[in-house]
Design a protein. Sequence first.
Length: 306
Amino acid sequence: MTRLMLLGADGFIGAHVRARLASEPDVDVTTVTRRGDVDADVRLDLAESPVAVAHTLRDVAPDVVVNCAGSTTGEASLLAANNLVAVSNLVDALLTAGRPVRLVHLGSVAEYGRIPAGEAAREESPERPVTPYGLTKLAGTHLVRTAAAAGLDAVTLRVTTPIGPDAPVLTLAGRLVGQLRQIEAEGAGGVTTGPLDDVRDFVDIRDVADAVVAVALRPRGRAALPSVLNVGSGVATPTREMVTALLALAGFTGGLRTDGGGAHRDTALPWQHADITRAREALGWSPRHTLESSLHDLWHSALAHC
């Protein structure tokens, strides 16, 4: 039996990792969240107290820790607390735990910064983040990478733009679904977004969960994994193309304006594309879902929640 502690179990990625782990019969999962009003086994703010993190780690005694916690938006101080201070506290607790614990940490392709148009970022590509989010995520990855060099069994998965069932309103696709449902309820209206000129590597959230579980449950004794692995679809898709496909899937025939608010956090990064060769080779993992199936399941998950 593998004891696994899942941090950020109530987030978009964390919830899908939790669902994916439910299909693993020999895994005992302890769920951890910052908020006390959600269904979880433990409430813990990783950034609040390093002592509390160490005590929780001691009490749960996991074999594996999966860190899906963090912040994607907000003031720089919030991003620093949840993407950097929290990781520092976690890594310190793991290094002093006195027992071997594997760490699977969720990073972001935003850590690479501006990827040249037409190219795919590889794990050895320059790391030049240009947003507070990317900067704080890279700082967290550096902490994990340093801990790995010091002997911690730790891997960072740099995820591209996740999409799929239950995408939150913080994401462009999630906001679009919210607008479409409102238009459907009111019987009229148009869709408004920010600029749609960027290109994204949209990866299905369930494929992300598969990659997380592949690392978390990888048998010990096998060859060590690289400290950083890209997780994406490996396909660069114009954002406008994704939006058009979602609107068509929903049967929307109204107007689309792209001069409004709601621009997602990565608009400073016009091109996003990740080379996922290393993850394929090291994990035997490949994305299983097409963008079309991701959008289909996103839309129908929203209808099911009505």
